[in-house]
Design a binder for this molecule. Structure first.
Ligand code: ADP
Ligand code: MG
Length: 484
């Protein structure tokens, strides 16, 4: 019998509280298997379908075991893309919110100075892309000596040609007596063999080994001439009327071109690929996750790990060249027990890739006939109307969790010798407020920020406005915008 409830894993109340607010009623299968092993600090290699909850499978044990008082990072998580690093960071921050676990993300193209500043403060968990993590190691701006968990998410991608050297150097820089955890939905045997080099008798966890892809993804295939793809795409969109859809192309240029063509047709969409400015990439991803627009045209940069609520349609406008990529792309739908549809457009020139994919997944993708042009045209109007309807934005889990949290700003910091104890003292002196109501405290050179939990922000603000800290007059106000 496996335990069915998060409470059965001896998790602290703060962690259980976050999970409850996140809407996690019971652990998923991979979480049930991995959590006890991770809590015992075993090395694990985990193969489990897309959307099965792998992030929390490592995120919960990491947050549970973090020593809050310790300044140096205790867990390092590597991901292949910046978007995924940000998402995993948000997941960890959400899970660790009430325990005050601090997690930061480091990735390329973001100012080094900001990251160095964050790393200098107390940070318990670091999530990063290999290149930038290695940069910080070389510059001596990250201290990995206290790392107890090394997680390699999307492990097969990370131990593959493009990344293996960097990842290898990072592994050499973390203490040997750590536990190492590898996760992916696709783990070829060679990779498993390779990683045994870095691990101590790892436990293999494989959930539903018989199927790479969840049966909740309805897969379809259109055999179509390259020149006919665009018309087919429009017909499929009109008929399917997705609420949220990713259209995958094989190159940046194809993405840009298709994005423009769709826009010219009055079909509102946005592009995401590695050639874009960093800020645009992140804001695009955020907008898409929030449901601010419904169609994202992307390269494989959006294929791995990205979690978008209620994404109901995936279109492979170009057949992926790598077999694994097919599994990851279509795994952006049908997550967390939901269902979804994935359609692939294969031109004669792409048949050989398709054959490879079908061989890899072990079955033939059902061929379907395109909807007739008249049939599709009839649906166009309704599709366009629905595309424009963004009245119900999706809730952001971070917002749900921080509903009760108020960030306050104090105009004094290290230069005025402000210490956490001073702030805690001033706040707990308020009647009706205890240390339990204080979240993360951030003391910078000239200013400080404090999270006030449990809806007590108003009370704290109103009281501190007319008070002194350490006998000094300070200005206390509600922080303008979230700092993390
Ligand atoms: P994977 O890494 O396996 O592809 P994720 O970790 O991204 O999957 O999780 C997929 C989705 O499932 C996320 O939206 C996550 O919030 C949700 N989820 C994870 N664990 C649970 C749980 N125990 N109960 C309900 N939803 C969960
Ligand atoms: Mg994942």
């Amino acid at each position: 019998m496996v335990d069915k409830n998060f409470k059965d894993y001896m998790l602290s109340n703060e962690i259980v509280k976050s999970l409850t607010l996140l809407g996690y009623k019971e652990p998923t299968e991979v979480q049930r298997e991995v959590m006890p092993l991770a809590l015992e600090r075993k090395d694990v290699v985990v193969k489990s379908q897309t959307g099965s909850g792998k992030t929390a499978a490592f995120g919960i044990p990491i947050c549970e075991t973090v020593e809050i008082e310790q300044r140096e990072p205790q867990a390092l998580i590597l991901t292949p893309t910046r978007e995924l690093a940000v998402q995993v960071k948000e997941n960890i921050n959400n899970i660790g919110r009430f325990k005050r676990v601090r997690c930061t993300a480091v990735f390329g193209k973001q100012p080094m100075t900001v990251q160095i500043r964050e790393l200098k403060q107390r940070v318990h968990v670091v999530v990063g892309t290999p290149g930038r993590v290695l940069d910080h190691i070389k510059r001596g701006t990250i201290d990995l000596q206290k790392v107890e968990y090394l997680v390699i998410d999307e492990a097969d991608k990370m131990l593959n040609m493009g990344f293996i050297e960097e990842v290898g150097s990072i592994i050499d820089a973390v203490p040997r007596n750590r536990s190492t955890m590898l996760f992916s939905a696709t783990l070829p045997e060679e990779i498993e063999k390779l990683c045994s080099k870095y691990m101590k008798s790892p436990v293999r966890v494989e959930i539903t080994p018989e199927a790479l892809v969840s049966s909740r993804v309805e897969q379809e295939l259109y055999e179509v001439e390259r020149s006919e793809k665009f018309d087919l795409l429009k017909s499929v969109l009109y008929v399917e009327k997705p609420d949220s859809c990713i259209i995958f192309c094989s190159t940046k240029d194809n993405v840009d071109e298709l994005n423009e063509r769709l826009k010219d047709e009055g079909i509102y969409c946005n592009a995401l690929h590695g050639g874009m400015e960093q800020a645009d990439r992140l804001s695009m991803m955020k907008g898409f996750k929030r449901g601010e627009f419904k169609i994202l045209v992307a390269t494989d940069v959006a294929a791995r790990g990205i979690d978008v609520e209620d994404l109901d349609l995936i279109i492979n406008y170009d057949v992926p060249v790598e077999n694994e990529s097919y599994v990851h792309r279509i795994g952006r739908t049908a997550r967390a027990g939901k269902s979804g549809k994935a359609v692939t457009f294969a031109s004669p020139g792409e048949r050989r890739y398709l054959a490879g994919i079908e061989d890899y997944i072990g079955y033939t993708i059902p061929r379907v006939e395109p909807p007739s042009r008249e049939e599709a045209q009839k649906e166009k109007k309704e599709f366009i109307t629905r595309l424009k309807d963004i009245s119900s934005l999706k809730s952001d889990k971070t917002e749900v969790l921080s509903k009760d949290v108020t960030k306050i700003y104090i105009n004094a910091g290290k230069k005025k010798k402000m210490r956490p104890g001073d702030i805690v003292g001033a706040i707990t002196a308020i009647e009706g407020v205890t240390a339990e109501d204080i979240g993360i405290i951030d003391i910078l050179d000239y200013v400080s920020y404090v999270d006030i939990l449990n809806g007590k922000g108003r009370l704290v603000l109103d009281t501190l406005r007319n008070t002194t800290i350490k006998g000094k007059e300070v200005k206390v106000e509600k922080a303008e915008k979230p700092q993390r």
